[in-house]
Design a protein around this ligand. Structure first.
Ligand SMILES: Nc1ncnc2c1ncn2[C@@H]1O[C@H](COP(=O)(O)OP(=O)(O)O)[C@@H](O)[C@H]1O
Ligand SMILES: [Mg+2]
Length: 216
């Protein structure tokens, strides 16, 4: 899957279930890249543009009755289409780095695998919405269920959004879905996210080192 207008920038997505440290690590990564003099766009999904942030609100705080899994997958695809069209695509075309907190692999793990829509359907939606754009590198944070539960307890204190608040069996399927995605795809790098933030950050920089050297 390609995005023909793009070629010069470098696109990194951070993926994993709730509480695996994506947002923490995205911040540390952006700081490190900017410190090294790179022009970096730091963004997140769902969201990143005004339209996509409006869809984010619909997804995370849905109208009474919630969304069915198909409507949910379409809303994610629509938010991503706007995000790629207005922010990510132009940034990459201008030669910038893009660091994105969640991208297409979250849809594959949550709606495709845990939500049982299947990978092919999610890929088709992504092809229609965002010409199938893939990150150059996807960092997949894997953290034990015990550590995730502890972190979410202290971060959220029992409050979670419509997707984060689903039952543990759903989140176990999400984790399984993410792990499956890494199989046979060299652009997906699994990072052990169990250590302290600085330690995990070092693993991130070590994983990216070959790409950083290539772009120097
Ligand atoms: N390596 C880590 N060790 C311990 N706590 C962490 C670590 N990384 C993040 N946290 C904390 O765990 C919670 C979830 O991290 P966060 O970055 O928000 O995860 P995500 O964005 O994947 O949901 C936050 O309160 C954060 O401060
Ligand atoms: Mg986060």
């Amino acid at each position: 899957m390609t995005y023909p207008q793009v070629g010069k920038g470098f696109f990194i997505a951070l993926e994993g279930g709730e509480g695996t440290g994506k947002t923490t690590q995205a911040g540390l990564l952006v700081e490190a890249l900017r410190g090294a003099g790179q022009d970096v766009v730091h963004t997140r999904e769902p969201g990143g543009t005004e339209g996509a942030e409006a869809i984010r609100k619909l997804l995370l705080d849905p109208p009474a009755g919630g969304w069915g899994i198909r409507a949910e997958a379409l809303l994610f695809a629509a938010a991503r289409a706007d995000h790629v069209d207005k922010l990510i695509g132009p940034a990459l075309a201008a030669g910038k780095w893009v660091v994105c907190d969640r991208f297409i692999d979250s849809s594959r793990a949550y709606q495709g695998h845990a939500g049982s829509l299947g990978d092919e359907l999610i890929r088709q939606l992504h092809l229609a919405g965002s010409t199938g754009l893939r990150p150059d590198v996807t960092l997949l944070f894997d953290v034990s269920d015990v550590n995730v539960a502890e972190r979410l307890m202290s971060r959220d204190r029992g409050r979670s959004d419509a997707i984060g608040g689903r039952d543990p069996a759903f989140h176990a399927r999400v984790r399984e879905g993410f792990r499956n995605l890494a199989d046979g795809d060299d652009s997906v790098i699994i990072i052990d996210g169990n250590g302290a933030p600085e330690l995990v950050h070092r693993s991130v920089m070590a994983a990216l080192k070959p790409f950083l050297e290539e772009r120097d």
